[in-house]
Ligand binder design. Structure first.
Ligand code: SAM
Length: 242
């Protein structure tokens, strides 16, 4: 039966690779990854020579079985951070378990933990949102659920979508809700900005460079929107009557 080890890799600073990650990469039959050029450069930097196979979001369903047959002791790395956190790692775990194999996950770098603790917000309890749906009803519903939540929420975002997401968060949660924006963790231009959602929305109106994690504090006030929306209810009932 296959044995897969999920190996976290640096999210910026190459020194964040763990000793155990290096050991496991050296001991594996092969290393599977999202992008062979990107992960090939990391292995080269570590002085590790191994067969490198691509298992990304598009290929993992079809190819994982064959790869595991050929390389039963497989190490899996994603582009950055901990495999399974907003990347194809979680799907690989499902496939391996379905095949009767075993999975091991090494502790290591991931973006949301440092972003949470840097936020300065109440984070004893939190929900990991990862990437929000990009548009439409799904996005509106997810934003509404986030706004209602009493614990903090962690959102992953790309630089060109940051401005829109901060504006949408301010609208959903109210501009006064506190939040933080952390960019470029463990890299040269790392920064964390803290403030209300309307302040952060204004600050990043023109977007921002780099990789980004947004943390939004949970709500502390009762929600006024919880009052019954009679118009919406009337519309729903009218639709059902058709
Ligand atoms: N598996 C990764 C992890 O463990 O965090 C996440 C992979 S996901 C495809 C990429 C997203 O993670 C980025 O869009 C950004 O939101 C976040 N991220 C990754 N590296 C980061 C960094 N150095 N600083 C801030 N955010 C980062």
């Amino acid at each position: 039966a296959p044995h897969v080890t999920l190996v976290p890799t640096p999210i910026g600073n190459l020194s964040d690779i763990t000793l155990r990650a290096i050991e496991v990469l050296k001991g594996a039959d092969a290393v599977a990854c999202e992008d062979t050029r990107h992960s090939g450069a990391l292995l080269h930097h570590l002085g590790i020579k191994k067969p490198l196979v691509r298992l990304d979001a598009h290929t993992i369903r079809d190819r994982a079985g064959g790869v595991l047959e050929k390389y039963p002791r497989l190490a899996y790395v994603s582009d950055a951070g901990t495999p399974g956190i907003s990347d194809p790692g979680a799907e690989l775990v499902e496939i391996v378990l379905d095949l009767g194999g075993t999975v091991e996950a090494l502790p290591g770098p991931t973006a949301f933990v440092p972003a949470l603790v840097l936020s300065g917000l109440k984070i004893a309890r939190f929900t990991f949102e990862g990437f929000l749906p990009r548009s439409g009803r799904e996005r509106r519903e997810r934003l509404a659920a986030l706004a209602r939540r009493e614990e903090a929420s962690v959102v992953y975002e790309s630089p060109h979508r940051l401005a829109e997401t901060l504006a949408d968060l301010a609208e959903a949660c109210g501009g006064a809700r506190r939040a933080s924006v952390t960019r470029e963790l463990s890299k040269l231009h790392e920064e964390t900005r803290r403030g209300s959602l309307s302040e952060l929305s204004a600050l990043f109106e023109q977007g921002a460079r780099g990789e980004i994690v947004v943390v939004v504090e949970g709500r502390s006030e009762p929600l006024h929107e919880e009052a019954v929306d009679f118009e919406a209810m009337a519309r729903l009932l009218a639709d059902e009557g058709r």
